[in-house]
Design a protein around this ligand. Structure first.
Ligand code: ZN
Length: 231
């Protein structure tokens, strides 16, 4: 999934309704916002764009800006649409991509490396971006390789911490595919570390989630990590 594709996706595609299962398992967001009455809000599936706009105006005023000056006039609406896109994963059910599988007597490693993503740190609402590497050992059924990238892309579009994102992806693959082993390694640079606070540009954070055979078998884990890191 290239960054270009991400920025080109429009809101109506990116923002999907919660399905029933998701509402029940608590992965979703709060139910439709109270003020969602405008045509725009209906089009973006209940993301309360108006509420975001007024919050952005409030922030601009609070930092000493004039939200009515020319350059800032369209900023609140633009930011509202951006958040609807960045958080579209809250209203999606990424597991659905893994529900189409093909019977295949292949029970060796399937690894997709270097899946680019951009997510949002829930502590600062600043982006963290990087690459995910996803591997599994099938048990009689495989999924399309691009589906693994779609899962990463959708899970990324939520406010979260990298640790939880990594685990969520692993749990989805283990749960939906019934894979005997799953490994997810995520490496990312966090804006909240590079542009503010400690200001360490270029540092990367690596997290991993191992399931099944990759968790319990030391040599399988060593093998998958060397495949992921390419040596
Ligand atoms: Zn942060």
């Amino acid at each position: 999934m290239s960054i270009a594709e991400i920025t080109m996706s429009n809101n109506s595609q990116a923002v999907r309704p919660l399905n029933e299962a998701e509402s029940q398992n608590g992965n979703g967001v709060d139910r439709p916002p109270k003020h969602a009455t405008s045509q725009q809000n209906r089009e973006s599936n209940e993301v309360d764009l108006r509420a975001i706009e007024s919050a952005v105006k409030t922030i601009l005023k609070a930092v000493g800006e004039d939200p009515e000056r020319d350059g800032l006039l369209d900023t609140p609406a633009r930011v509202a649409r951006m958040y609807a896109e960045m958080f579209s994963g809250l209203r999606a059910n990424p597991g659905r991509h893994l529900q189409v599988t093909f019977p295949e007597e292949y029970n060796e490693v399937v690894l997709v490396r270097d899946i680019e993503f951009c997510s949002m740190c829930e502590h600062h609402l600043l982006p963290f971006r990087g690459k995910a590497h996803v591997a599994y050992i099938p048990e009689g059924r495989v999924t399309g390789l691009s589906k693994l990238a779609r899962v990463v892309e959708e899970v990324a579009r939520r406010p979260q911490v990298q640790e939880r994102m990594t685990q969520t992806i692993a749990d989805l693959i283990e749960g939906e595919l019934g894979a005997t082993a799953v490994a997810v390694v995520v490496e990312a640079e966090h804006s909240c570390m590079s542009i503010r606070g400690i200001r360490k540009a270029g540092s990367s954070t690596i997290t991993s989630a191992m399931r099944g055979g990759f968790r319990h078998n030391v040599s399988s884990r060593a093998e998958i990590l060397s495949l992921i890191h390419g040596h």
